[in-house]
Design a protein around this ligand. Structure first.
Ligand SMILES: [Zn+2]
Length: 358
């Protein structure tokens, strides 16, 4: 049987068939309302927060991403999205859409080697694994510990297995901006695989985040993900082991530690609110109760909601449906997170300790 060409198969597709095709190959976690309605959302291929838009602008499952070409903009049709997400070749897709079984490798047509290929999944994995293995474990008084102690007063917590420290070069648009002590965090999927590493660049002299400025004076983010070897939806940075079947979930590193100090619940973090809303409880750790430590963001004028709380509520709903006990915690003051709240609680506790001592 001669296989029909992909272009022939998709030629008759309407926009909703493209939608259905994408829905078949991408996981529900990335196919959010924002995705389908064409609002900025995390990229299924390379992550981020709002770099991806499903535009459908030629009615062929079209999309754009600001970072998908090794940090530069990229886009394509639904075939390209599915192919890049799944790492299938066009040939494999062609077989599938023809309803045919894949031929044995000997029959595969030889693909000409392209001159400049974007990093494939294996290369991305090698890259993040190299960064992780090149970084060293935290030790008392190092840059990472000093930074965390400055952000989360009184911090006492188990030594994190998922954080390391390295001096890393900061590159932006192929230019070296500087070298910084960098917290390297391992972002782990529910099945235990590492999806990416998240990096926080620190000031070399003071216990604070680095101020990173390029030659044109643009301020660059001190916190960034590296390439995503795997789609990050569902994962978290596993800061400490769950205890008594309980686990906390927060957006950021600092809020996770602050929540741990305030509530005593071992807490992981998801890097941002979208990934928090997509968090999946891993099997095999005995987790029954999930505490969600929401950021109480100011109200977004477009939605009329506090984004951090809205995403925390979405997670609460999904986890409850899955049978978990869920406790949603929200800071008392609008516009704050648990890092802010812990500072206040800590000061009050210090004052009352002093009052008792006096
Ligand atoms: Zn992308």
């Amino acid at each position: 049987m001669k296989l029909k060409d992909l272009s022939v198969i998709v030629a008759s597709w309407e926009s909703r068939q493209w939608d259905a095709f994408i829905a078949e190959y991408l996981p529900a976690g990335v196919l959010t309302d924002a995705f389908w309605s064409g609002r900025p959302c995390p990229c299924p291929i390379c992550g981020g927060k709002d770099r991806f838009t499903y535009t459908r602008n030629r009615k062929r499952g079209d999309w754009v991403c600001r970072k998908c070409n090794n940090g530069s903009p990229s886009g394509g049709d639904g075939l390209e999205l599915v192919r890049r997400y799944t790492n299938m070749s066009y040939y494999e897709l062609k077989c599938r859409l023809n309803g045919a079984a894949m031929p044995t490798p000997l029959q595969l047509p030889v693909r000409p080697a392209s001159t400049r290929k974007p990093l494939d999944s294996a290369a991305k994995l090698r890259r993040i694994e190299q960064q992780w293995s090149a970084a060293s474990c935290l030790s008392p008084g190092d840059h990472a510990m000093q930074y965390l102690a400055a952000r989360v007063p009184g911090l006492r917590a188990p030594k994190p297995q998922s954080l390391r420290l390295a001096v890393q070069e900061y590159w932006h648009e192929k230019k070296l901006i500087g070298r910084y002590p960098t917290i390297v965090a391992q972002f782990t999927l529910p099945d235990g695989r590492m999806a990416t590493v998240h990096r926080t660049s620190l000031d070399p002299r003071r216990p604070e985040k680095a101020t990173v400025i390029d030659a044109e004076g643009e301020i660059l983010p001190s916190k960034r993900n590296d390439v995503s070897a795997l789609p990050p939806a569902g994962g978290a940075v596993r800061l400490m082991a769950p205890r008594n079947g309980e686990l906390g979930i927060a957006e950021g590193l600092e809020t996770a530690y602050a929540a741990y100090m305030q509530f005593g619940v071992p807490t992981w973090y998801c890097l941002n609110r979208v990934l928090l809303s997509q968090f999946v409880v891993p099997d095999g750790l005995g987790i029954q109760t999930v505490h969600i430590f929401a950021d109480f963001d100011a109200v977004d004028e477009k939605t009329g909601k506090s984004p951090g709380v809205a995403d925390a509520l979405a997670l609460q709903k999904r986890l409850r449906q899955a049978g978990y006990k869920v406790v949603l915690h929200r800071p008392k003051v609008r516009g704050t997170d648990f890092c802010d709240e812990w500072r206040t609680v800590y000061q009050l506790r210090q004052m009352s300790n002093q009052a008792v001592a006096a």
